[in-house]
Design a protein around this ligand. Structure first.
Ligand SMILES: Nc1ncnc2c1ncn2[C@@H]1O[C@H](COP(=O)(O)OP(=O)(O)OP(=O)(O)O)[C@@H](O)[C@H]1O
Ligand SMILES: [Mg+2]
Length: 349
């Protein structure tokens, strides 16, 4: 993966998580944007506190870097409860899950990241645990196997997924509340950046905040990352204050354009427009044309391109929307297909 892709990839690297932890808002009031999810969640938590019960299970879905992990930590903090963190990929056997569940304390918040990647048997154990606060521990194998029921203390499961569409219905149904996180608008990202700049003790002008926010692909994680790069740039150039010019120059240097598109995004759009006449073209073909994994194009480039109205998804493949030609400064051929396009953000292909 090239550098610029790393910069605008909404996923995080291990070393970045340390930096992120420092910037994470600790309570609902500091959590910027997502006002509907925040209000609804706040109600769920308040009601639980009044009833003196553990809160309902919460499912948080949405693209990477929008605040799912942050919210799970806030839920535990707001409920004054300890937080246990695990993830779908870490739970390959039902026994792994049983070990976690049986060691929970009353009221504990269990955060299962990437919950859609849990194994089938573990998932089935989770159904029962969520509904009846009980698991059956299977001892022995084959005909001699017996199930020993085990009572669990009431707990709150917070599941996070970037792919809500991949969750089986029975699992989805067992969550009392589902919050779908949306991409942030520029004004909200400006607030995220203001807060981060204050914590990092940086002096940044309003125009610079707007510039960085506009290039952050609707994603707080990317906004914070771009801010750190701009900070480096300002440091090397010995600037006391980060102004609009500095922010724009720094991000231009990192190949993050005015709309937040990086080299990969522009490569995808360019291939779509110039090699395939605007499509429709299958995602895997498109990925080969830009020399990337299909998954990278689908998870890193596509969501933002679709959201920006630059690319469309149709049953017959990906298509370039009029804005794509415009953004690349290309003339749209008369026979380009886009008028009948429907763009939708479902997980189904
Ligand atoms: N609403 C917000 N307000 C302020 N900062 C935020 C907000 N949402 C996210 N952030 C910041 O963005 C970073 C990434 O957020 P977080 O780790 O919660 O994303 P995520 O949805 O869990 O991503 P992933 O799917 O990759 O696990 C955090 O460091 C956090 O500080
Ligand atoms: Mg996370």
């Amino acid at each position: 993966m090239n550098d610029s892709t790393g910069l605008t990839n909404a996923g995080s690297e291990p070393e970045e998580r340390v930096l992120e932890a420092a910037l994470r808002p600790r309570n609902l009031d500091d959590f910027v944007g997502q006002s509907r999810v925040r209000q609804q969640l706040s109600l769920v938590l308040e009601a639980a506190k009044i009833r003196e019960r553990t809160a309902d299970h919460v499912l948080l879905s949405g693209p990477p870097g929008l605040g799912k992990t942050t919210l799970s930590m806030i839920i535990a903090a707001e409920m004054n409860a300890p937080l246990r963190i695990s993830s779908g990929p870490a739970i390959q056997h039902a026994g792994d899950l049983a070990a976690i569940l049986s060691s929970l304390t009353e009221g504990e918040v269990l955060f299962l990241d990437e919950i859609h990647r849990m194994s089938r048997p573990a998932e089935e154990m989770l159904y029962m645990a969520m509904e009846d606060f009980r698991v059956d521990i299977v001892v022995g194998k084959g005909a001699g196997a017996t199930a020993i029921p085990l009572e669990l203390p009431p707990f709150t499961l917070v599941g996070a997924t970037t792919r809500a569409g991949l969750l089986p219905g029975p699992l989805r149904d067992r969550f009392g509340f589902t919050g779908h996180l949306e991409f942030y608008v520029v004004k909200e990202l400006e607030l995220v950046l203001r807060r981060s700049a204050m914590m990092l003790d940086l002096s940044v002008t309003s125009a610079a905040f707007t510039e960085i926010a506009g290039r952050s692909r609707g994603t707080p994680r990317i906004a914070n990352r771009l801010l750190r790069r701009v900070r480096d740039w300002a440091l090397v150039h010995k600037l006391e204050e980060i102004d609009h010019k500095a922010a724009a120059a720094a991000l231009d240097m990192y190949e993050v354009d005015a709309r937040g598109l990086d080299r990969l995004d522009r490569g995808v759009l360019e291939a779509l427009c110039t090699k395939f006449g605007g499509g429709p073209v299958g995602l895997s073909t498109l990925a080969i044309a830009v020399g990337e994994e299909t998954e990278t194009v689908e998870t890193v480039a596509e969501p933002y391109l679709v959201r920006e109205g630059l690319m469309g998804r149709t049953p017959r493949g990906r298509i370039a929307m009029p804005g794509a030609w415009e953004h690349l400064g290309l003339a749209m051929p008369k026979d380009a297909i886009f008028a009948s396009a429907q763009s939708y953000e479902s997980d189904e292909d």
